[in-house]
Design a protein around this ligand. Structure first.
Ligand SMILES: [Zn+2]
Length: 467
């Protein structure tokens, strides 16, 4: 909106009438255009709708109304900032959160869009999350999936893959490889570098008009690229770097009319991240797909869906092994399993994890709070835990505590675990680390086993090394 009124005032100042608006728009900005497409808008819509049904059968959608509404609100704001020449009134932009840990997001033709929980967790502010969404929205608006099929002279591999679904090849019972191929088609459409550039440019423009800073899009891509060095780069395999991505987006941003006070770390975004942090960890889409293909059925949710709770959980081993992330290292009992998530991980022994989270073990990670006030960041984390684990009550703290030799807080929560039926003690430790980030570790154990766990937890917390 802002940029439009800016342009108008320029125009009237020059005493030029309506036609002058078009050349002004083009000054210095990279041209975005709708590529050639032999499919109809209705084809896009039908393809997207049918694929969406399959995607939602195969991947776990986060059933959190408030969180979904938040992501939809951000999405709506972006869609309403779409330049008029790319508006498709028939497209229905719907945003959902996939309960998957990898930094990924994908869009289907005609409007359905999925943002992974891992993407929201990895974003440093709302602008970064909105950045990836604006990029995906641009692929939808420019109809890149069907345009790519148009380009391919043969049957068209994109549509060919998607055609698996349209052809009805996937029927209940005949899961296996076909379903795997289906999912691959849905979330691994590989866009050309040319389309990537176009989606970056249009995405930047949408962001600026929606009151965001387009440079946040560049920043998010940098985070994704860094993460890709250590983990599976799913997003990058669908959206290859067209070359100098970071620089090009920033260059484009310099030509746009960016709000002086763009939406960054909003209250809603922090609420959303706190809420996600309180949930049990989950797997990557690739892991889910592998399990699906191996006939282990649909993923009902968490990472630990394969786990089974039982009453005889082994005590923590006094032998330890090292877990390393890009921000910290920690020694963990060698008999605990590891479930990486974002920049941290959850650890639990056999019998203590499953689709409802952990009953014994620890979860940890790093995040960047809005202000540099560690106490507020700790409180928000506690609220997130209380919200997503209704049986818990705060029973102590926050009190001053140390993680290794770094100052922070500890807060104690407890309640009757709906899984074990026994009293459970949950302790949250936070510590402020370099560049304003906060490290947290949440320990979980039944109250009457604290004797066996306190030592293990203390050893872990004392062993943390920040990078
Ligand atoms: Zn892309």
């Amino acid at each position: 909106m802002r940029s439009r009124s800016f342009r108008k005032s320029l125009v009237s100042a020059a005493f030029v009438l309506s036609l002058a608006v078009t050349p002004l728009l083009a000054v210095g900005q990279t041209t975005v255009s709708l590529p050639k497409n032999k499919y109809s808008v209705r084809d896009d819509i039908r393809l997207g709708r049918e694929t969406a049904v399959k995607v939602e059968q195969q991947f776990p959608m986060l059933q959190d109304e408030q969180l979904t509404r938040y992501v939809q609100t951000v999405g709506d704001r972006l869609v309403s900032s779409m330049p008029s020449q790319f508006r498709q009134p028939e497209f229905d932009y719907q945003f959902k959160v996939v309960n998957a840990s990898d930094i990924n997001a994908f869009a289907l033709p005609g409007g359905p869009m999925y943002v992974n929980r891992g993407m929201i967790e990895a974003a440093r502010n709302e602008g970064e999350m909105a950045g990836v969404m604006a990029h995906e929205i641009s692929h939808i608006a420019l109809r890149h999936a069907t345009a790519q099929a148009t380009k391919q002279s043969s049957a068209g591999s994109v549509l060919g893959q998607l055609g698996l679904i349209l052809g009805g090849a996937i029927v209940g019972g005949q899961t296996g490889a076909q379903a795997g191929a289906m999912a691959a088609a849905a979330w691994m459409t590989k866009y050309s570098r040319e389309y990537e550039t176009q989606a970056d440019i249009l995405g930047a423009r949408i962001l600026a008009d929606a009151g965001y800073d387009p440079r946040d899009l560049a920043n998010m891509f940098q985070t994704i690229a860094q993460r890709a060095r250590t983990r599976s780069p799913e997003w990058l395999s669908s959206h290859p770097d067209p070359g100098n991505r970071y620089q090009n987006i920033n260059q484009e941003a310099a030509k746009l009319n960016v709000s002086r006070n763009p939406h960054k770390l909003t209250r809603d975004f922090q609420w959303a991240q706190a809420r996600l942090r309180g949930l049990s960890p989950t797997r990557t889409m690739a892991q889910m797909e592998r399990d699906y293909r191996n006939g282990r059925g649909t993923s009902s949710g968490g990472a630990m869906a394969g786990g089974r709770y039982h009453g005889s959980v082994a005590f923590p081993s006094t032998r330890t092994r090292i877990f390393s992330s890009s921000d910290f290292q920690i020694d963990v009992p060698s008999n605990w399993r590891e479930f990486p998530a974002g920049d941290g991980a959850t650890f639990a022994p056999d019998g203590a994890y499953g689709d409802r989270g952990i009953t014994h073990g620890a979860m940890m990670g790093v995040f960047r709070p809005q202000d540099n006030n560690l106490r507020d960041a700790s409180d928000r984390l506690v609220n997130g835990l209380l919200q997503s684990n209704e049986y818990l009550r705060q029973t102590g703290g926050p009190t001053n505590a140390y993680v290794s030799s770094t100052r922070g807080y500890s807060t104690e929560l407890s309640g009757r675990s709906p899984i074990t039926g026994r009293s459970e003690t949950v302790t949250l430790y936070t510590a402020g680390i370099a560049n304003g980030s906060v490290f947290y570790i949440i320990t979980v154990a039944p109250g009457n086993e604290s004797y066996h766990y306190d030592n293990a937890f203390r050893t872990m917390i004392n062993s943390v090394r920040f990078r």
